[in-house]
Design a binder for this molecule. Structure first.
Ligand code: BGC
Length: 835
């Protein structure tokens, strides 16, 4: 850890900004290009739209990163040598928007007060709809090129709106875009959004559409590079884009009590393909400045794996990268199946015109199994499995079929997640097809799979136990570090109250941490910390800071005589519970922590390149080490069930494979830095923000396992995060942090997770206001079910746990088990620091 006592730009800031600038184009998705892009040269350009100057680098809430500065579109274009001819329009827009937002916020506060609501809770994440206005569109000097940047913002605490000004374009936006298309020879619509905007009203008329997304610190520079062809977009959508009423979740979203996931496994393209609905832009879609040819050269299939070699040739005129996507279609012998599901994918290196690369893609044959919720087993049904290869979900060819002779059970489980009172949706429409599909299926090379070659895996569900030697003296933590004593023996030497401290964040007697996003003491602006109560025996606290779009810290701070960091800047001025006196300490040194904002989760996923995720993880890991952060409260990998979820931008995809691989990529990048780890969150089924702490996700077990838990499982198979954050929501009537089946049976017994589980902030307190029928979670049940730490540290939580111990609801062993999981992570992190 280094304390930086100067406000001057540091080398690492420039280096990290450059890394974001270099990789950001991999996340941009070129949705349409009628020979407009790239532009030949800089020069005069007309710039319009709400994201041109007021560019969004990432959404709001705990996922926002406090940066020194980030490059807006206007700045990025100017730095690249463009002369902006519409400064007048930009000035007028900025003024009207600032006035509008000011009034909106003031009205919101007045309303909350009048209704007797907590202002913080009532305003958090509430983003105003984009207003209508009438500004002159003529540009002061001549240019034939215009760029219109359309932006949307959202964040935790509130969901998005179907209305104009959020998911739908405002009347002004539609009018201005269509007028400008006529006015300029070259017109580019740039989308500075974290999720869907319904482009139905302009899509056909606009000649070029680039989904820039929200790319963090270097947003404007990366855009300029791509517009000028110094770089090129190579992203693909990781979520289907369609008019909002076409999503199967739209009728069942945002209830304050129970949200029924009736669409079952038919989320995103699994639904659109199976129901033969043409979206605006399909899953996996994205153009390039060049074009590619894909040829599947070899396929092998046996009971273990499916392996393909795909030759990708750049047959266009400029450099680019292509993503090869492999899908499978399972037979509906045993249960209904989607038209196709993503099996694996890979991105080429940069290919220059004429250059080729053969990509080797493999996946496990067992990955094509489905979960039979009647019998709690994974099963491969008999019949033909079609293997499809292409560069989007709607542009594939059947390259092989594997025939399985009999229904084959491959894994046996215990039921988890509880029950619902409905059956999941089953599509009865005809699936998509295309003219050559039948012929491709008929001619595809066939592999024969025999049931007898598969092995059945049995899961075991032991109850956790705690074993320590009899001992009545206090053990010092250094003895554990040296390997002379075990973590268990150390814990056995602590009294009940001290152990309880370990299980409740950084609680200090008489000082509850009623705050989200800023409860850490050691590092200013960190979200939380483990207890300081054990420092006398040598156990230091673990510092946790938010993400996922970089590290969320205060940009400047001072230290008091006890070494506690006090934020100076007021980035958290609107946040809950930050004592005002913490902002200013006179006559002491000021230190600075300028972190880099990386692209939002959705953008990282759009790169379809887990190596890019790893690079960003590496960058964040370096800053964690620099600023003394042990645990990053990211990545967030909830499934994008509906574009209305206010936090979708933090998440990766509608597809669990993409979610899991990106979370693993990020984790692997961070774990390159000794002593640093991630927290995969929010476990699980946290797919809406409306009444978020009290909203119940009602989900059948097949859907839960195949869609909402799968990404976490994949992440754990491919990386080693040392922490998991349970979610705010309930799952089938019980808070996830109070579900033994989720936290112990699935997470630990099935997937062998080895770290500790923490709650999301304040889920056990009624501090976050409630509009519905469910109550908050129980801190005692957290301990009983495998949620080891209740965050951020409340008096009532320690009391609840101790009371449950006295009443017999909890045993001392329950506390010890939870404490040992936390201290084993402390030990791993500490050991890593020493090596
Ligand atoms: C968010 C979490 C975050 C935590 C700590 C909560 O409001 O849901 O994602 O990590 O705050 O800031």
């Amino acid at each position: 850890m280094k304390r930086i006592a100067t406000d001057e730009v540091q080398d690492f800031e420039i280096e990290h900004q450059n890394i974001v600038r270099k990789y950001a184009p991999e996340s941009m998705v070129l949705l349409k290009n009628d020979n407009i892009l790239p532009l030949n040269h800089s020069g005069k350009i007309a710039l319009y739209g709400n994201g041109a100057r007021n560019t969004i680098k990432g959404g709001t809430g705990s996922g926002d990163v406090n940066v020194r500065h980030f490059v807006t579109v206007e700045e990025g274009l100017e730095q690249a040598g463009f002369e902006i001819t519409t400064k007048n329009w930009l000035d007028q827009y900025s003024k009207l928007k600032a006035d509008y937002v000011k009034k909106f916020k003031a009205d919101l506060v007045t309303k909350a007060k009048a209704e007797g609501k907590d202002v913080w809770g009532a305003t958090m994440g509430v983003t105003p709809l984009e207003p209508d206005y009438d500004l002159d569109l003529s540009s002061s000097s001549q240019t034939d090129t215009a760029v219109y940047v359309l932006a949307r913002d959202s964040g935790e605490g509130a969901d998005r709106h179907v209305e104009r000004g959020d998911i739908k374009l405002t009347k002004t936006e539609v009018h201005d875009i269509l007028s400008l298309v006529k006015q300029y020879k070259k017109f580019v619509l740039v989308l500075n959004v974290g999720g869907l905007v319904d482009l139905s009203e302009v899509k056909d008329q606009v000649p070029a559409i680039l989904l820039m997304s929200q790319l963090g610190s270097a947003t404007g520079n990366a855009l300029a590079d791509v517009l000028l062809g110094k770089s090129y977009p190579s992203g693909k959508l990781a979520m289907t884009w369609a008019p909002i009423d076409q999503y199967p979740s739209s009728g069942n979203f945002g209830d304050i009590n129970d949200t029924y996931y009736k669409e079952g496994i038919y989320v995103g393209y699994r639904y659109f393909d199976s129901m033969n609905i043409i979206p605006l832009y399909e899953f996996g879609y994205g153009l390039s400045y060049t074009s590619f040819k894909l040829e599947t050269e070899a396929v092998k299939a046996d009971s273990k794996k499916i392996e393909l070699n795909v030759r990708v040739s750049n047959v266009g005129n400029t450099a680019g990268k292509e993503v090869v996507q492999v899908y499978y279609s399972a037979p509906d012998a045993v249960m209904d199946q989607p038209y196709q599901e993503l099996a694996t994918y890979a991105k080429t290196k940069e290919l220059t015109p004429g250059e080729e690369q053969v990509l080797n893609l493999t996946f496990n044959t067992n990955d094509m199994a489905s979960y039979d919720q009647e019998n709690a087993e994974s099963i491969l049904g008999n019949g033909d499995y079609l293997i499809r290869v292409g560069n989007s979900s709607r542009n594939t060819k059947v390259v092989a079929k594997a025939n399985l002779d009999q229904d084959t059970v491959i894994e046996k489980f215990k039921h988890i997640g509880g029950k619902t009172n409905f059956n999941d949706f089953v599509p009865n429409e005809k699936t998509i097809s295309y003219p050559s599909e039948a012929e491709e299926i008929a001619n595809a090379p066939e592999f024969s799979l025999q049931s007898k070659d598969f092995e059945v895996k049995e899961n075991h569900y032991p109850k956790p136990t705690f074993n320590a030697k009899d001992n009545d003296k206090q053990i010092d933590w250094s003895a554990v570090i040296n390997g002379d004593e075990t973590v268990e023996d150390f814990i056995a030497s602590l009294d009940n109250e001290t152990i309880t401290y370990l299980l409740t964040g950084n609680y200090e007697k008489g000082k509850s941490l009623f705050m989200v996003g800023n409860a850490g003491a050691t590092v200013a602006g960190s979200a939380g910390e483990t207890t300081h109560q054990l420092t006398k025996w040598g156990v230091r606290s673990l510092v946790m800071a938010d993400g996922p779009a970089g590290i969320r810290l205060s940009t400047s701070y001072t230290l008091d005589e006890k070494g506690k960091a006090h934020a100076l800047a007021s980035e958290f001025g609107d946040s809950a519970g930050v004592p005002k006196e913490d902002y200013k300490q006179e006559n002491t040194t000021t230190y600075y922590q300028y972190c880099t904002a990386i692209p939002i989760g959705t953008a990282i996923a759009q790169s379809w390149n887990p190596e890019v995720a790893e690079k960003y993880g590496d960058l964040v890991g370096a800053e964690m080490q620099l600023f003394g952060i042990d645990i990053w409260l990211a990545p967030a990998l909830n499934i994008q069930r509906s574009p209305l979820d206010g936090r979708d931008f933090e998440y990766y995809s509608e597809d669990p494979l993409i979610s899991g691989l990106n979370a693993a990529g990020i984790t692997n990048g961070i774990r390159k830095h000794p002593g640093c780890t991630t927290t995969i969150k929010h476990f699980a089924a946290n797919n809406q923000e409306t009444n978020r702490v009290y909203s119940n996700s009602v989900i059948n077990e097949r859907t839960l396992r195949q869609i909402y838990l799968k990404g976490f499982e994949i992440c754990l198979e491919n990386s080693e995060p040392l922490a998991v954050m349970s979610s705010y929501n309930l799952l089938n009537g019980v808070h996830t942090c109070n579900r033994y089946d989720l936290l112990t049976d699935a997470l630990r017994n099935e997937w062998h997770f080895n770290g500790f589980v923490m709650t999301d902030w304040l889920v056990t307190s009624s501090f976050i206001s409630n509009e519905g029928k469910y109550t908050c979670a129980s801190a005692a049940q957290d301990v009983a079910t495998g949620n080891d730490m209740t965050m951020p540290g409340l008096e009532e939580d320690t009391e609840t746990i101790l009371k449950a111990l006295r009443s017999g609801e909890l045993t001392r062993a329950d506390l010890e088990i939870a404490a040992s999981r936390i201290l084993k992570v402390v030990l791993k992190i500490k050991t890593a620091e020493r090596s």
